[in-house]
Every structure is written in C-alpha cells, then in structure tokens.
Write a protein that binds this ligand. Structure first.
Ligand code: UD1
Length: 438
C-alpha cells in the first residue's frame, strides 16, 4: 500500500493549479448515459473515483476512453444494454448510485446496488427513492439491490420536497426526471455548484429545466437527450484545501497563487471565515491569491448546505485552527459524526475535543510528526496539511483515500516547495477497510 511522507516546515510558495471538480465530473459522467451517442467531457481530473465511474459505465454497456494527460473523457453511450450497477462498484463509491436515475432516464428501468453506510455515519438514500416514487417510479428492494421501473417506460412526473436538501438525491432525481412523460418539481433542491453545473450540462443536452441554483427546480420531461461536448467545473474543495494550505504553510506576507480556479463556487461562508483568519486573499476571475498572516486568528465555523461552509472543508479547517492564536469551534450540521481526523491530529500533539456535532480546537500548539491514518478522503488531506506544519516527519498511511479525490497532491505540493513523497509499505494489520466515499 502507499503512504505519503511529509517533512514538515518547508514553506509553500509560487503557484498551484486546480484540477477539475470530482463531485461535478461524476454526475456529468452519469448524464452521458442519457445521450444516445458520444459525449465529450473536458477538464476531468485524473482520480480513482473517475476510473471507478468509468468502470460503472462500461458495465452498463458504454464505451469509455479517458485521456488523463488531456483531462478528457469520451463516453459512447449508444448501447446501454445492461441497466445495472453491481454491488462491487457501488460499495467502492457511493456516487455509482447516480446510475439509478440515469438508467431510469435512459431505459425506464434499473437495478442498482444499495450503497452501505460510510466511515462517518449511515448516509441514507431514502430521499433518492422517495423522490423517484413521487415521480412515478415503482421501486422494490431485492437482495440488496434497488429495482426501479417507470411504468410504460417513462416516468409520469410529480412533485417532491426533500428534507434535508441533498446533493446526491437532487442529481439522481434530475437524471430520472429529464426524460419523464410529464413535469417534475423538486422542492428544497440542493443549490451546490456541482448540481448547477451538472444541470447546465443536461440543458445543453436538450433537457428543459427551470430554477437551477434555487430551492425549486422544475423539469419538463423530453423524450430524448443528445450527447454534447461539455467542460467540467474547477474543483472548489481542492481550491479551498490549497487556500488553507497556503494560509498555514506559506511564508507570511508572500502570496501563493492558485490558478485554473472558479472562486465563485467556494460560497460566501468559506470566503468570509477565511478572510477573518487574517489571511490576505485576492480573488480574481480564475485565480485566488493567498498570503499567510503573521498570526492566524481562530474563526468558528458551522457547516451547512451551499452557500454555507462546506462539510468537505471542515477537516482541513480543523488543522487551520491548530495553528491559530486561540480557541476555535467547528460544528458540522451536515454530518454530525465527521470527526475521525481529530483522534489522529491529537496523535500529532493537537489539542481538540469533540462533543456531539462540535469540535473545539485550542490553537498555538506545535504539531509533531507521527504515523497517522484515516478512513476518508477529506480527513486524509487534513493529515497531509498537518504534516506540512508539523515538526519532523509525518507518515500519512492509506493514501488510496487521497487518490480518490486529489490529483497528484504530492506533485503539486512539491512544486510549491513542500518536501513530500510517496512510499509503499506493508500493512500488517490485514486488509484495508472498504474504500469509503467522502
Ligand atoms: C455529496 C458529496 C460529498 C459532500 C456532501 C455534502 C459527492 C459525490 N459527494 O454527498 O462530498 O460531503 O454532498 O455536501 O458529490 N440525506 C438523507 N437522505 C438521503 C440523502 C441524504 O437524509 O436520501 C442526508 C445526509 O445524511 C446528509 C445530508 O442529507 O445529512 C446531505 O447529504 P447529501 O447532500 O445527499 O450528500 P451526498 O450527495 O451523499
């Protein structure tokens, strides 16, 4: 297995390019199933989740080619002959569950494995299933598989209000609804940029959608969608991660430039909190410049749906708080259990406490290198960030989590002045845990 070895306290400088968004690329790949021909998606990151989804598409009958150097994906979905997503793939990556909506949209029926829980909680799919039912699907659970059918081949249409607002359920419902016989309405829909950009791709394919980016989305079904060429969004979570890296590990006052970015997708809450730390931020159309302050101020954050503070950046924020001058709090209202990184950070001399859905971190302590590991993607990257500022060497085990969501993390950090490299090691304690979604 691979691990990353980080030698701490080599300041970052220069510029770091941001790759395409993982969480937008995956629904775009699912959307390709709806087009009867070859779809081209540009700015696709070279990540394990993308490779896994390519596999999911191939199982259904699509021909998929990925050029990782060009970041370009071509998906020929002329023949979707096998409307299934097997357990082996869905358990590796929950986003495979998007095939449920995509296959109903394309074929009128689907058999997709139910995803399990994940390392930070149960993560139900009730909203996906109830929404599809509200739009006219018949749904059964057979041997761990969701078997869904649109009577007559197309969904009749309907209205569904989701509580809470769910990114995944909004995407699945859009995929199924765009080819419905009648109209569909989603209330309290997710407004995350991932949903909006994906919805724009559906529109380009011929879907009729009103209200993207608002809480009410209305879809007028159309019989056919067409494959198109589409450019994926830049990854807002990767951008936020490197902004935090720059604030804690950059030389004070010396700006680090993050390029190929789409800063408008970060959301106000993150940018406001980030500015309050004292870090200097300059936001351009396609770049962000961050200069670390002499002293970071602790800033409390509460995660929320967009444009709230993203739950996918709270583990990284925890590390920022360890470097701040005082005590800060993180409350995760989206996933109240998402604090697995805290125990590992404590092994690096962080002072942090978790109570219910809130972590309290006392900053100003010097982090110390250690062997650490975690069970999900964002927690893993937070440990790499901690390694950048820790004294001595940090060994971040089970890098396969990182490879799911950060393209060439060590290469980008090395180019920016960090000392970090990959090594293989033997994991003596048996098989790795299941590869979990983040
Ligand atoms: C997506 C992101 C993930 C991010 C999360 C929240 C992808 C591939 N993953 O996950 O990185 O952390 O959004 O921004 O894009 N819920 C239900 N029932 C459901 C579905 C969700 O109760 O049927 C709840 C969840 O438990 C959670 C909340 O809704 O509390 C939001 O989850 P959701 O937006 O669905 O997250 P994902 O789409 O799985």
């Amino acid at each position: 297995m691979d691990k990353l070895v980080v030698e701490g306290r080599h300041p970052l400088s220069g510029s770091i390019p941001i790759d395409g968004s993982k969480n937008t690329a995956l629904p775009l790949m699912a959307a390709s199933v709806l087009g009867d021909g070859t779809m081209t998606i540009k700015n696709v990151p070279n990540l394990r989740d993308v490779t896994t989804f390519a596999h999911v598409l191939r199982v259904a009958g699509a021909r998929v080619q990925f050029d990782p150097a060009a970041h370009q994906l071509t998906i020929d979905a002329a023949n979707i002959t096998y409307p299934e997503a097997p357990y082996e793939l869905v358990r590796k990556m929950r986003a495979s569950f998007y095939m449920l909506g995509a296959l109903i949209g394309r074929r009128g029926h689907a058999r997709v494995s139910m995803p399990g829980g994940c390392s930070w909680g149960p993560r139900p799919v009730d909203l996906h299933l109830n929404g599809l039912k509200a739009f006219g699907a018949e749904i059964d659970l057979e041997q761990g598989y969701v078997v869904a059918r649109a009577p007559g081949g197309r969904l009749s249409g309907g209205s569904f209000e989701m509580t809470p607002s769910s990114v995944g359920a909004t995407i699945n419902l859009l995929l199924a609804a765009v080819t419905a016989e009648g109209g569909c309405r989603i209330e309290n829909a997710a407004r995350e940029p991932d949903v909006v950009v994906f919805g724009e791709a559906l529109e380009k394919m011929g879907a009729k959608i009103e209200g993207l980016g608002t809480q009410t989305i209305e879809i007028e079904g159309t019989a056919r969608l067409y494959p198109v060429e589409f450019t994926n969004a830049s990854d807002r979570i990767e951008l936020g991660t490197f902004m935090i890296a720059a604030a804690i590990a950059g030389a004070p006052g010396e700006p680090i430039r993050l390029t190929n970015a789409e800063p408008e997708y970060l959301g106000e809450a993150f940018i406001d909190a980030f500015r309050q730390t004292g870090a200097h931020v300059e936001i351009g159309d396609d770049y962000v410049e961050v200069a670390a302050p002499e002293t970071l101020q602790p800033v409390d954050i509460t995660t929320d749906v967009y444009p709230g503070f993203p739950t996918d950046l709270q583990a990284q924020w925890t590390v920022l708080l360890t470097q701040a001058d005082g005590r800060g709090r993180i409350t995760d209202t989206v996933y109240s259990d998402r604090f697995k990184h805290i125990a590992e950070l404590k092994r690096m001399n962080a002072y942090a406490m978790v109570q219910d859905d809130t972590a309290t971190v006392r900053g100003g302590r010097s982090l110390k290198g250690a062997q650490v590991m975690s069970t999900d993607l964002r927690a893993s990257v937070s440990l790499v960030l901690a390694g950048l500022v820790a004294e001595g060497e940090t060994h971040v085990l089970r890098v396969y989590h990182l490879d799911r969501g950060y393209e060439d993390l060590e290469g980008k950090l090395t180019d920016a002045g960090a000392r970090i490299h990959r090594e293989t090691y033997d994991e003596e304690l048996g098989e790795p845990e299941e590869l979990k979604e983040a």
